[in-house]
Every structure is written in structure tokens, then in C-alpha cells.
Design a protein around this ligand. Structure first.
Ligand SMILES: *Cc1c(COP(=O)(O)O)cnc(C)c1O
Length: 338
């Protein structure tokens, strides 16, 4: 039995999800005629109290479409230095939007209102026009850390005052909502746009959604087409998304519990310098030097446990829908013996 902690994208559809996909009614979504996609977009927008949503093939696309719609070439985007939009989207902010980025050193991927305020360029023709602030919740490189909602509200106030757009990369927002007992509506009220993932955490094979007000989503639909993301009978995937939104959110608490158990076992090891605080489903730990991260990852692989070396001395394990209680216990056992 291989226990795969490389990412929460490695899940396979469950029988219930497969059944929902098989039953999906589909049509040509570029014509706006796929009933399953229309239903998914309405459902998701409704959950967040936002006017509209757009189904895209990936979270990179939802983020990049949003950034394109919020900025003009030459503008500047503010985000944390470890943000996915900057680190892991192939330089897309420059490539797609011709915008530059102001990177802030946050606390485990979380930036503060004070930092944002000082990062906004003055209205001066020498300087790039700051037009967008992007947050990430949970923060991937921060070990699945969650924002304090009060800080988000403070950042929103600054965005309003300074006339900046406010985007959330919520690839794992569901994990934050469950861990912090927050609601999607709260988030819908403060952000201009939100990207949520159906594939991470929720177990769908494909798909992310961009949420926003009607005009914004209308513009996003055009940009999605330009980016090559207009899909046809993709309702089979939307049906998986509807199933996931209805069935796979509450259970995330289990993943968080599993992650905490595994983290506790890891933190006892003499080769571990520190484990980042585990708030959700991601465990990131730093090694003392007895092994490098790639060495530890290959030792784990010999025991059929798959992880990911995210830095020369850092390993990441991600818990998800396909990690059972038994697999968690086995992982704890293997770490104890390592
Ligand atoms: C995975 C991820 C995305 C988008 O990823 P895709 O693989 O393009 O769907 C965006 N933001 C964060 C924080 C992520 O972890």
C-alpha cells in the first residue's frame, strides 16, 4: 500500500463522485449551454453570496484571469513573497498581464495591513501603479497556515481607501473555513474576486472556480477564452464539483486531525529541527542536517510513503481525501521506527 502525501491533487474520484459524473447533463459551455457548469457556477456563487462564477480548468487559470482583469500592463501587484501567484504560475503575472510584483515578507505566507500600506506606491509617474493585492488562504508555503479574518478586513479597508482590487487565492480556502469555523459568505463580502479549487482538498479530478460580481465575471469569461480555457462538454467535471461541494467539505476536519497526528509523530524525531504549526492539512518540517530533504524523501519512499522535498532541508506532506485513518496510523508507526 503506497501512502501518497505529495499533494492533495493526487486523489481519485470516489464511486459517489463517479456516479454523479456519469449522470451529468452536458452541453457546449462556450455557448453557455452546459447545464451542469451553469448549476455549479450558480451554486458556488450562491455559497459565497457573490453574483457570478466562472469554471476554469485550473487554479492557475482562475488566478491569472483575475489578475489580468484587475490590472493594466505596467501596474504592480502586492503579495507575499511565497505566494503561488508569483512562485508557481510560471511568471504568469508578467507573461499574461505585463504587471510587476511587490513581494512582502509575511509570517508563514500571511501579510499584514501595515505591510500592504507601506507597499503601495505613491501616485507618481516614476512609480508603477499599484492596483491589486492578492492574499492566499490557506498559505501553501506557510504550511497550510490560516489568516486571521480581522487582518483580512483591515487589508480590505486599505484596498477600498486606496482604490485597489482585492483578490483571494483560495485554492485551499475550504480547509481554512473548516479549521477556523468561518463561512464562505464572510469571504464573499470582503474580496472583489476569489479563486477556489475543486481538485485540491475536495477530491475532484479537475477544476477551479473564479467568483466575483457579474461584470467582473463577464470580463473574466472573455479572458478565459483568450487564455484557451473555454471548454465544451466539461459538465462531467462540473458534476464532480457539485458533488464535492455537497459532500466533501465537512469531512476536511478529518484531514486536519490526521495531519496533526502525523505532525506530532514527526516532531519527536531527532532529525527534525522544527515542524511548522499544523492548522490544516499540510505538514512542513525542517531537518537538522542528519539527512537532506531528498534523502529523507527517498527513505520514506522505501517504506511506501511519498512526500515532497520543497527545499534542501524541508519536506512537505499533504493529507487528503484518499488518506485513511489506517494510513495515518501506519505513517505514525513508520516515523516512530525511522
Ligand atoms: C495548487 C494551487 C493553485 C492552483 O493550482 P493548479 O494546479 O493550477 O490548479 C493556486 N494557488 C495555490 C495556493 C495552490 O496551492
Amino acid at each position: 500500500m503506497v501512502i501518497d502525501f505529495r499533494s492533495d491533487t493526487v486523489t481519485r474520484p470516489t464511486p459517489g463522485m463517479m456516479e454523479a459524473m456519469m449522470q451529468a447533463k452536458v452541453g457546449d459551455d462556450v455557448f453557455g449551454e452546459d447545464p451542469s457548469i451553469n448549476e455549479l457556477e450558480e451554486l458556488a456563487a450562491g455559497m459565497f453570496g457573490m453574483e457570478a462564477a466562472l469554471f476554469c480548468p485550473s487554479g492557475t487559470m482562475t488566478n491569472q484571469v483575475a489578475i489580468k482583469c484587475h490590472t493594466q500592463p505596467g501596474d504592480e501587484v502586492i503579495c507575499d513573497e511565497s505566494a503561488h501567484v508569483y512562485q508557481y504560475e510560471g511568471g504568469g503575472i508578467a507573461f499574461n498581464s505585463g504587471a510587476s510584483v511587490k513581494l512582502l515578507p509575511g509570517d508563514l505566507g500571511r501579510i499584514t495591513a501595515g505591510q500592504v500600506l507601506t507597499a503601495i506606491n505613491p501616485d507618481d509617474p516614476h512609480r508603477a501603479n499599484t492596483s491589486l493585492v492578492c492574499l492566499e488562504n490557506t498559505a501553501n508555503r506557510g504550511g497550510g497556515s490560516c489568516y486571521d479574518f480581522e487582518e483580512i478586513k483591515k487589508i480590505q479597508t486599505i484596498c477600498k481607501e486606496k482604490n485597489l482590487a482585492f483578490h483571494l487565492d483560495g485554492a485551499r480556502l475550504w480547509n481554512a473555513l473548516v479549521a477556523k469555523k468561518e463561512t464562505p459568505q464572510q469571504y464573499g463580502e470582503v474580496f472583489d474576486s476569489i479563486s477556489i479549487c475543486l481538485s485540491k482538498s475536495l477530491g475532484c479530478p479537475v477544476g477551479s472556480l473564479l467568483l466575483g460580481q457579474k461584470n467582473f465575471i463577464k470580463k473574466s469569461r472573455r479572458v478565459r477564452k483568450v487564455f484557451g480555457g473555454g471548454m465544451r462538454q466539461a459538465g462531467f467535471f462540473a458534476a464532480a464539483g457539485i458533488y464535492a461541494l455537497q459532500n466533501n467539505i465537512v469531512r476536511l476536519a478529518e484531514d486536519h486531525e490526521h495531519a496533526k497526528k502525523i505532525a506530532a509523530a514527526i516532531s519527536k524525531k531527532d532529525f527534525v529541527q522544527q515542524v511548522l504549526p499544523v492548522e490544516t492539512n499540510i505538514i512542513i518540517f525542517e531537518l537538522t542536517g542528519k539527512f537532506t530533504a531528498p534523502e529523507l524523501v527517498s527513505r520514506l519512499k522505501e517504506k511506501d510513503i511519498l512526500g515532497y522535498a520543497i527545499a534542501p532541508n524541508r519536506v512537505r506532506l499533504v493529507v487528503h481525501l484518499d488518506i485513511s485513518k489506517e494510513m495515518t496510523e501506519r505513517t505514525v508507526h513508520i516515523f516512530a521506527q525511522l
